[in-house]
Write a protein that binds this ligand. Structure first.
Ligand SMILES: [Zn+2]
Length: 226
């Protein structure tokens, strides 16, 4: 009785199941993002623990970090996660989860230059599809969401930190102070200075604090329906 590598009774090629280094031909396909090789193999990157289709446009890995697998299941079995960009498992990320990833990104990058283009790049979707899906699930456009979050965070900083208005404006990605002031007033009905006076936390130790205090709960801005 032979115990062949292909396994007549379900056993797999152990070596291949654990991944093998890319052959020259496979490596060329990876570098060229050659879709003709899709479904012929998958490649995993040891450093990121993510695996991709040959056509994936993600950053070219170092060849010695690459392991090649014949089947999705083997790559998963070896502890790799499917790339969200090329989706080697063939499953689309559920829209809700996708939008959640985008809002989480916005929430943690308010200071950055956020645009539809940058979000579309980060979320690996077209601007049109991203905009439409976001609006459908979130109820507001991505740009309105960004603005809401910026104003809400500005309100929190004005009430809870000792930062000056210029610093607050910069911290929420609206470094043009006149524009920030106008927008803030349009949303909240108060200028940043008026808002601060009305909501300043009365705890003296927090007023002295130059940095934001996580204990402060004063003055959330209701910008949700803006
Ligand atoms: Zn990929």
């Amino acid at each position: 009785m032979r115990n062949s590598e292909n396994g007549q009774n379900g056993s797999r090629s152990v070596q291949f199941a654990d991944g093998i280094p890319a052959s020259d031909r496979q490596w060329e396909a990876i570098v060229a993002c050659d879709a003709a090789f899709n479904d012929r193999f998958f490649y995993a990157v040891k450093t990121t623990r993510i695996f991709c289709r040959p056509s994936c446009k993600s950053k070219e890995p170092r060849r010695d970090h690459v392991l090649v697998f014949g089947k999705v299941g083997d790559a998963i079995g070896a502890g790799f996660r499917a790339c969200k960009r090329c989706k080697p498992t063939g499953e689309r990320l559920p829209d809700q989860e996708w939008v959640h990833q985008i809002t989480a990104y916005i929430d943690s990058h308010l200071q950055d230059d956020l645009s539809l283009e940058s979000l579309s790049q980060i979320s690996h979707g077209s601007v049109f599809h991203m905009h439409r899906t976001f609006k459908r699930l979130q109820g507001v456009t991505p740009i309105a969401y960004i603005q809401n979050r910026r104003i809400a965070e500005a309100g929190r900083l004005l009430a809870c930190s000792g930062l000056g208005i210029t610093e607050v404006a910069a911290k929420v990605g609206l470094p043009n102070v006149p524009y920030f002031t106008t927008l803030f007033k349009r949303v909240t009905g108060r200028t940043p200075a008026e808002y601060r006076t009305a909501n300043l936390n009365s705890e003296p130790r927090e007023r002295k604090d130059e940095h934001e205090s996580s204990e402060c709960s004063a003055g959330p801005v209701d910008a949700g329906r803006y």
